[in-house]
Design a protein. Structure first.
Length: 161
C-alpha cells in the first residue's frame, strides 16, 4: 500500500499556507515508489471519501495550526486522543461544507469515520501571521526546511517496515 504526504491549509493566508506551499516543494523532490504527495486543503467529508476509495499504509499530514506556541514551533504527534462528542463532530462537518479548511477538523472527521490507517503522523507548525498575502513570516520560513527533513525521515522509517 502507498504512503501519502498531505498538506492542509489555505492559500494566500501567509503562514496558514504552510501545507499547500510544502506540497509544492515536496512534489519537486524524488520519492520512493509508492509515495504520493497531495494537497488535501478541502472539506473533511471529501477527504474522508478520498481516503475510503484508496487505502494508504501511512499518512503524514502537515499544516499550520494556531495553538499558542512560539511562532515557527513544530510539533509532531499521532492523532490518537479521545474524539469530541458527536455534536462537535457534526459542527466540524458543517464548517467543512461551508469552506472552512482545518487540519484539526479533517483529522477529527476522518478518525470518526475510521478512514485513516493505523500509521498516521501529524506535523504542525505554529503560525505567526494569518492575514491575506503571500510569503511566510521569518519564523515559519525557518521551519520549512526542518519540516521537509522530518517528512523525508517519516517516509524513510515507514519504508523499512
Amino acid at each position: 500500500m502507498p504512503t501519502l504526504i498531505a498538506g492542509v491549509g489555505y492559500t494566500c493566508l501567509r503562514d496558514l499556507s504552510f501545507g499547500p506551499v510544502l506540497v509544492d516543494r515536496l512534489k519537486g523532490l524524488n520519492w520512493p515508489e509508492g509515495v504520493e504527495v497531495e494537497d488535501l486543503s478541502y472539506s473533511p467529508v471529501a477527504v474522508f471519501q478520498k481516503l475510503t476509495e484508496k487505502r494508504y499504509r501511512k499518512i503524514v499530514f502537515v499544516g499550520a495550526v494556531k495553538r499558542g506556541r512560539e511562532p515557527g514551533a513544530i510539533q509532531r504527534y499521532r492523532p490518537d486522543g479521545p474524539l469530541p462528542n458527536e455534536e462537535e463532530i457534526q459542527a466540524r462537518i458543517g464548517e467543512g461544507v461551508t469552506g472552512v479548511v482545518s487540519l484539526e477538523s479533517l483529522l477529527i472527521v476522518c478518525r470518526f469515520f475510521e478512514a485513516l490507517p493505523e500509521d498516521v503522523v501529524v506535523l504542525e507548525v505554529e503560525p505567526e501571521e494569518e492575514s491575506w498575502g503571500e510569503g511566510f513570516t521569518p519564523a515559519v520560513q525557518d521551519a520549512l526546511e526542518q519540516v521537509i527533513k522530518m517528512v523525508q525521515e517519516e517516509v524513510r522509517t515507514s519504508e523499512g517496515k
